[in-house]
Every structure is written in structure tokens, then in C-alpha cells.
Design a protein around this ligand. Structure first.
Ligand SMILES: NC(=O)c1ccc[n+]([C@@H]2O[C@H](COP(=O)([O-])OP(=O)(O)OC[C@H]3O[C@@H](n4cnc5c(N)ncnc54)[C@H](O)[C@@H]3O)[C@@H](O)[C@H]2O)c1
Length: 261
């Protein structure tokens, strides 16, 4: 299956957190561009549903249960994947959120966010990069957030993790440029995914629509982004068309970072 100028035919792509939201859109977009997609998620059933939807659309995908915060689990999963064939692309997308200031953030929440959002990127990259290095090529895209580079209200732990994602991106890009491996990050502003719907349900019960409108308006462009819009940027960055792109962050934010204030 092809049909875009950013062709991934013949490439194998791992997408973590591919069972929902942005990860799902990336898995579907990559499969539509010809990639064989490995969907990794701590929740197997949604990942299987995405793989089945891709297969119904004529693409190639498989689902794998993997808790990216657990190194042994992640290593096992990547060993099995690599035994099956080389990996060309890794999208470190799995992530969890938290609302709180430094005062209201518990040590447990701080550690939970760190384990998934930071250690998860480390675990997957640690597991995948040796095989990429041996082949002298590969692309790694990390899902950061605008929270990495601006002060969002009540996102203390979340911002901490996304700042670390940016720093890991630069570090990996620097160390592996000479091995033919590119590493970049994407920093979305608010994207309308189950992540956002869950947040509204939990924190603004009965006021979901009103709060949704307020959140949408915080992007100067007047709306939230759509998962497929992030997927299109990820597709470009993972394609050979982006061969000059490494060691930087790509905000996709409806003007949030530069136009607010
Ligand atoms: N939605 C937004 O507004 C937004 C904005 C900026 C950045 N992001 C980032 O984009 C990424 C995806 O967000 P989303 O909105 O699609 O979220 P989502 O909640 O819809 O999907 C996240 C997926 O990650 C999986 N996951 C969670 N913990 C995991 C673990 N330990 N191991 C493996 N999989 C795990 C979940 O099961 C889920 O399928 C996250 O890193 C998030 O921080 C989201």
C-alpha cells in the first residue's frame, strides 16, 4: 500500500503506545505509507484492534504487549521483534499525564511519570539502537510536548518528563549521527485524543464541553490538533525525505509557543 510522497515501503516501524490516540494515528499512517508496523502497548487489546483495522485497510501490522517502563519486558519484546527482521523506525510515543504543581505532586506520581515517559524512551531506544547501529541506519522519533519548553500550569511532573525527552533526543542524535541514525522529537500542543477526553472526564465532570472549548481556544489557531496531523509530521520525519533532519524538536502547536502572550 503506497500513495504518499513520503514512502515507507519495505520499512519496519515500531510505534509504542500505538493502541490509542496519536500512536494509533501514526501506526495507521505509516502502514498506509507502506511500512510494516509493530504496535507495542501495555494494553494488548486496543493494540490488536489497531492492527486488525490496518489489516482490513490492506496494510501490515502486528500487536505486541509491552510495558515500556519495564526494562526486562522491553528487552524481551525487542529481541523477538529483531529476530523477526530489522527495525528501521522507532517512534517512542507511549506516555502518561498528570495534573499538579510541585506541591500537589506525590512522590508516587512523580516516579510513575518518570518510569513511563522517561525510562520508557530509554528502555526502547536502548533495546533498539544496537541493531540500527549494526545496519548503519535508523530513525527515532520521540513524542515530547510543548510542556518541555514552556511553563504550562499544573504540569510539574509531566513537564519534567518531556524536558527529559528533549534532552535525550539531542544526546542520542549527537552520539549516533555518525552511525547513520537520526533522532528527532515532536512537541504537540493539545491534540484531541482519549488522553484529553479522559482528563476532562476526570477533572471536569459535567463541564466537559465547556472546558473542551476553553482548552481548544488556548491554541491561537482556535482548535486542538488532530492525531492524524501529528502522524503526518511523524511520517515526514521518518521518511527518506527528512534525511537532513536530526537533533532537533519539531513543535506542532497551532501557534501556542510563539503566538501566545
Ligand atoms: N494528546 C495531547 O494533547 C498530547 C500533547 C502533547 C504530547 N502528547 C504525547 O503524545 C503521546 C501520546 O499521547 P495520546 O494523547 O495519544 O495518549 P493516549 O492516552 O491516547 O495513548 C497513550 C498510549 O500509551 C499506552 N501506554 C501507557 N503507558 C504505557 C506503558 N508503560 N507501556 C506501553 N504503552 C503504554 C497507553 O495504553 C495508550 O495506548 C504521549 O507521549 C503524550 O505525552 C500528547
Amino acid at each position: 500500500m503506497t500513495g504518499t510522497s513520503f514512502d515507507l515501503t519495505g520499512k519496519t516501524a515500531v510505534v509504542t503506545g500505538g493502541g490509542s490516540g496519536i500512536g494509533r494515528a501514526i501506526a495507521e499512517r505509516f502502514a498506509a505509507a507502506g511500512a510494516s508496523v509493530r504496535i507495542l502497548d501495555v494494553a494488548l487489546e486496543p493494540a490488536e484492534q489497531v492492527a486488525a483495522a490496518i489489516a482490513r485497510a490492506g496494510g501490515r501490522a502486528s500487536a505486541h504487549r509491552c510495558d515500556v517502563s519495564d526494562q526486562a519486558d522491553t528487552t524481551r519484546c525487542f529481541q523477538a521483534l529483531v529476530a523477526d527482521g530489522p527495525l528501521d523506525i522507532l517512534v517512542n510515543n507511549a506516555g502518561v499525564s498528570h495534573i499538579g504543581t510541585v506541591e500537589s505532586t506525590t512522590e508516587q506520581d512523580f516516579d510513575r511519570l518518570y518510569r513511563v515517559n522517561v525510562r520508557g524512551v530509554y528502555n526502547c531506544t536502548h533495546a533498539a539502537i544496537g541493531a540500527m547501529k549494526a545496519r548503519g541506519r535508523g530513525v527515532i522519533v520521540n513524542m515530547a510536548s510543548i510542556a518541555a519548553s514552556t511553563g504550562l500550569a499544573e504540569r510539574f511532573a509531566y513537564s519534567m518528563t518531556k524536558g527529559a525527552v528533549l534532552a535525550m533526543t539531542y544526546s542520542i542524535a549527537r552520539d549516533y549521527a555518525r552511525h547513520g541514525i537520526r533522532c528527532v522529537s515532536i512537541s504537540p500542543a493539545r491534540i484531541h485524543t482519549p488522553f484529553v477526553d479522559g482528563y476532562l472526564k476526570q477533572h471536569y465532570p459535567g463541564k466537559e464541553a465547556e472546558t473542551f472549548a476553553k482548552l481548544a481556544a488556548t491554541q491561537p489557531i482556535g482548535r486542538m490538533g488532530e492525531p492524524h496531523e501529528v502522524a503526518d509530521l511523524a511520517l515526514y520525519l521518518c521518511s527518506d525525505a527528512a534525511g537532513f533532519a536530526t537533533g532537533t524538536d519539531y513543535p506542532l502547536d497551532g501557534g501556542f509557543l510563539k503566538l501566545n502572550g
